[in-house]
Design a protein around this ligand. Structure first.
Ligand code: BGC
Length: 260
């Protein structure tokens, strides 16, 4: 039996990067997966849906819903539509996120809102709607937040991002305690430097890349698949007794971090 047979998962921000790798991996392991992005019918979205369908071997097991999670009503609608489509939801992966780089004194209110509204408020209300569904249907469930090593270590020039990830760490710990009695597990994955679009500028800067690699004990950046493997574990029955944890997937970077 495949690890996620008969399970349904919603993965936010899954048209690229870590989210897409998780959607593909979950589909491969037998789950029905709802993908999400902000756009309705662009090329990137079509390719992502196609990739997940290929990974799972079934077009019917994949469904796409456009929603902007920085808008609370949209976040709630996403969860409700996902449940309506497949009739149930067992796993929520809160992956959608954004970062902006600026010296602290230059951060605008708009930048701050963009980061916090998606990375923290969006996750808060997406999760709340999912938990309401689990409660009303008396089901257990699994919540996995894609956080960052920066829920723990400083990242100068990314103050709003660090605030959002630090907040996400405490949200996860708090909900693990509050929801544990209902059989709902809540965990974070804390990726380090992963080869994804969020790191496009870095990936094109050879000098920065070389010094970053030198800081990573395993000597390479991570791949989205490295994070997807951790998400599969946390979503599977193998992790039934794991809650309130941050699983660091960073090649050792957190233990050896220096800002450039
Ligand atoms: C950030 C990346 C950064 C990595 C390691 C991630 O959370 O999104 O921009 O390279 O942490 O510092």
């Amino acid at each position: 039996m495949k690890a996620l047979e008969s399970k349904t998962a919603l993965v936010t921000g899954s048209t690229q990067g870590i989210g897409l790798a998780i959607a593909e991996r979950f589909a491969k392991e037998g789950a029905r997966v709802v993908l999400n992005g902000r756009h309705t019918d662009d090329e990137k979205t079509r390719q992502a849906v196609q990739a997940a369908q290929t990974a799972g071997g079934s077009a019917d097991a994949i469904h796409y819903i456009a929603a902007d999670l920085s808008n609370t009503a949209d976040a709630q609608r996403l969860v409700r539509d996902a449940i309506a489509h497949f009739g149930q939801l067992d796993i929520l992966v809160n992956n959608a996120g954004v970062e902006t780089r600026a010296a602290f004194e230059d951060v605008t209110e708009a930048d701050y809102d963009r980061v916090l509204e998606l990375n923290l408020k969006g996750i808060f209300f997406t999760t709340q709607t999912f938990v309401q569904h689990l409660r009303s249907t008396k089901r257990s469930g699994k919540i996995i937040n894609i956080s960052s090593v920066h829920e723990e270590v400083a990242f100068p020039h990314f103050a709003a991002y660090c605030a959002s990830k630090g907040g996400l760490k405490m949200l996860m710990r708090d909900l693990a305690v509050e929801l544990g009695p209902e059989g709902i597990t809540v965990n974070n994955i804390a990726p380090g430097a992963i080869e994804t679009p969020i790191n496009t500028a870095l990936l094109h800067d050879e000098a920065k890349l070389a010094s970053l690699r030198a800081n990573i004990p395993l000597g390479r950046l991570g791949k989205p698949e490295d994070v997807a493997a951790a998400a599969l574990f946390l979503a599977s029955a193998d992790a039934d007794y794991v809650t309130g944890a941050s699983l660091v997937v960073d090649g050792g970077l957190m233990r050896n971090y220096h800002e450039q």
